[in-house]
Design a protein around this ligand. Sequence first.
Ligand code: CA
Length: 236
Amino acid sequence: MTHNKHILIVEDEHKIAALLRDYLEKSNYRVTLIGRGDIAVAQVRKNSPDLILLDIMLPTMDGMAVCREVRKFSNIPIIMITAKVEEIDRLLGLEIGADDYICKPFSPREVVARVKAVLRRANPEQVQVGVSNSVSGPILLGDIELDQINHQAKVNGKELDLTPSEFRLLQVLISQPNRVFSRDELLAKVQGYDFEGYDRTIDSHIKNLRKKLSLYLPDKDVIVTVYGLGYKMVFY
Ligand code: CA
């Protein structure tokens, strides 16, 4: 399988950016480095990379603003790099709309693992080839319809605007209604990794997914929290 996906690194600290570039290039990714947020947005418009690694602390336009701008025209996977744990909920929330985050200080190996996982999630057809075709048909549950080939989710025929992570999460939950999934399990299935301490990622994605579903299903709680265990999707 070809691995020359294009990664855009937006980071003004050249040492960190160059380190990330070296590791990613060793894993056969094509890498572009940019040190300014405003230039990054223009670059994404022009070249549409496969994934953005986006630092928050940037001159002229910070990473959060860059993410918001990019989200106006693209669902490209974005991994935010942050030094502040307290920012995580906001980063993954609807307002900013990042797919994942990495906390500074990080190990470059972990970054490469995350990039791979997020790309896999964004292009699941590549990993599903030859595994099973039972996952390719549409899934229906109540008013919700999941088109697994085109990655579209609809409620009563109206399309939901989901990020790749949210789609994958919905796909996992809806494929086995009433089955409780633990956060660890969802993390492994949705994110493709199982690092300790990242459970909040799932909570944030669930929160966003609920909000988006509630636009068209205002009176129904289709994703139920099972205390001490995790989450499940219910019939209604
Ligand atoms: Ca920086």
